[in-house]
Design a binder for this molecule. Structure first.
Ligand SMILES: [Zn+2]
Length: 265
């Protein structure tokens, strides 16, 4: 007897996932409903590909998403696809920073709240244009990995939000490069992040570069993969110079190195 085995898509908490289906005659489009967005697949050679992300705090276990296939004769077919979220263990880290970053003055609190609203409005924007068509690159030349992604953090004894990016070793003045092609949507000093650059790559994918000593790009500019964005530094809430590299993917906080590992393209 033949058993039909449906393999689930699998991703860990805080990981990017590349969904893919083979091209077939008459198939003109594929979209997946993910975190409230209709994400279009891109045809690359013989495969339809879409990059999606599982948030750090997604519930581990079985989930499902709807994938719609559109054909040239006007037919559509919807398939409910299983997605399995694997639990990841992220440690807790204790950090000591300047007290003003933990006990905020009313002015700093108002500023931090304003900036949080501004950055969440950026992440809520789904740009239909897809700017990139190459694999993502690590923004510090020669860096192989990052640290601290997903760590539960305690600043000066007080619990705070988990660490939603990867920290890369980079001394002040180290050039920082765009991980991929995209449009600059934020380039300024933020209370917690220091000098920050946000790139919108389209299709719900954003990369961020924090704590810079210098910013060399401006909002609205389209940057190429590997184009210089600025210099590493130690601005904002830090314990020393480094690059904080973040990825937001369809509202999910994912490890930027998971994008590199899956060869998202
Ligand atoms: Zn960081």
């Amino acid at each position: 007897m033949l058993a039909l085995v449906l393999a689930a898509w699998v991703a860990g908490q805080g990981q990017a996932l590349q969904m893919s289906y083979p091209a077939e005659a008459g198939l003109t489009g594929v979209t997946v409903r993910w975190s409230g967005h209709a994400v279009p697949f891109t045809l690359r050679g013989e495969r339809w590909l879409a990059t999606v992300g599982v948030d750090l705090d997604s519930r581990p276990g079985d989930h499902a998403v709807d994938v719609t296939f559109s054909y040239e004769d006007g037919r559509t077919r919807v398939m409910r696809e299983p997605v399995q979220v694997r639990a990841e263990q992220y440690p807790t880290t204790e950090l000591q920073v300047e007290e003003r970053f933990v006990e905020l003055s009313p002015e700093d609190q108002a500023r931090a709240d304003r900036e949080a609203a501004e950055t969440s409005a950026i992440y809520d924007t789904f740009t239909p244009q897809r700017y990139w068509d190459e694999a993502f690159a690590v923004p510090v030349r020669g860096a192989q990995d990052g640290r601290n992604f997903g760590h539960r953090r305690v600043f000066n004894g007080q619990p705070r939000a988990p660490h939603s990016g990867a920290d890369l070793r980079a001394s002040t003045g180290t050039p920082i490069y765009a991980a991929n092609r995209g449009r600059i949507v934020l380039a300024k000093d933020l209370f917690f992040s220091g000098n920050a650059v946000y790139i919108d790559h389209g299709h719900g994918l954003y990369t961020t570069y924090l704590h810079l000593s210098e910013i060399e790009v401006a909002v609205g500019q389209v940057v190429e993969r590997g184009e210089r964005l600025g210099l590493a530094g130690a601005t904002g809430r830090v314990t020393g110079a480094h690059l904080h590299w973040g990825v937001r993917l369809l509202d999910a906080r994912v490890d930027p190195f998971s994008l590199i590992r899956i060869g998202a393209q």
